[in-house]
Design a protein around this ligand. Structure first.
Ligand SMILES: [Zn+2]
Ligand SMILES: [Zn+2]
Length: 218
């Protein structure tokens, strides 16, 4: 097994990927996330809330109930022009919602959560929050690991002197296989969801979350 250094795992960073209770509040200028510029308040860094869908309600507009990294269930209200209906086919319990630059909001129905007004800051990733966190650990481990690679299905090690070359998954470019049979087997065994998680984590890992120089969009 690869050793996992969770300290380097991007999605486990609680400043850039905060739980709901760590998000800035909409009526306070949180110095962790904002800095007062000469003309206006601007973000100091980037942040993204992650929550796994546990349900949805609302007929006029889509209201999602999501569970964050520490288990708190909050509401994500879609106040976009389409009231969230474009997202409806993607809403499935067990899938994860990512919201950029979210702030703590209190809804009229007395629940707390995040009010989303821009469609470009919300994305639904078709895998669980646990799968995303594991993908983040895997990306961190891969970046720091110099060991030889193993087949992601049967575990056979790459050995260039014995001509064992592994095939890299063309989508995530992270997981390797000793052959097509193992690749096909891994896909049905769950790499399909893990692969989407890895691709999303790689999108995140390619960005510098610590310095703000314009908003990210999904
Ligand atoms: Zn194999
Ligand atoms: Zn893959």
């Amino acid at each position: 097994m690869l050793e996992t250094k969770t300290s380097d795992s991007l999605l486990r960073n609680n400043v850039n990927f905060p739980t709901f209770s760590d998000l800035p509040h909409e009526y306070h200028v949180d110095p962790t996330y904002y800095v007062e510029g000469p003309y206006r308040i601007v973000p100091r860094q980037h942040w993204c809330f992650l929550g796994e869908i546990v349900g949805s309600y609302g007929l006029f507009r889509v209201l999602l109930r999501v569970k964050d990294k520490c288990g708190q269930v909050v509401t994500i209200g879609l106040y976009t022009d389409d009231r969230g209906h474009t997202l409806t086919p993607q809403i499935k319990p067990g899938h994860t919602v990512a919201v950029l630059y979210g702030e703590q909001h209190s809804f009229l129905d007395m629940t707390v959560g995040i009010r989303v007004e821009e469609p470009s800051i919300i994305k639904i990733i078709p895998c669980s929050l646990e799968q995303l966190l594991k993908a983040s650990d895997d990306v961190a481990a891969c970046n720091s690991n110099t060991q030889s690679r193993c087949c992601g299905s049967c575990g056979k090690e790459e050995n260039t002197s014995h001509n064992t070359h592994l095939l890299l998954c063309s989508r995530c470019k992270q997981t390797s296989y000793c052959g097509e049979a193992c690749q096909k087997q891994a896909w049905v065994d769950g790499h399909k969801a893990d692969c989407k998680a890895l691709v999303w984590v790689q999108w995140c890992a390619a960005r510098n979350w610590g310095v703000f120089d314009g908003y990210f969009n999904f």
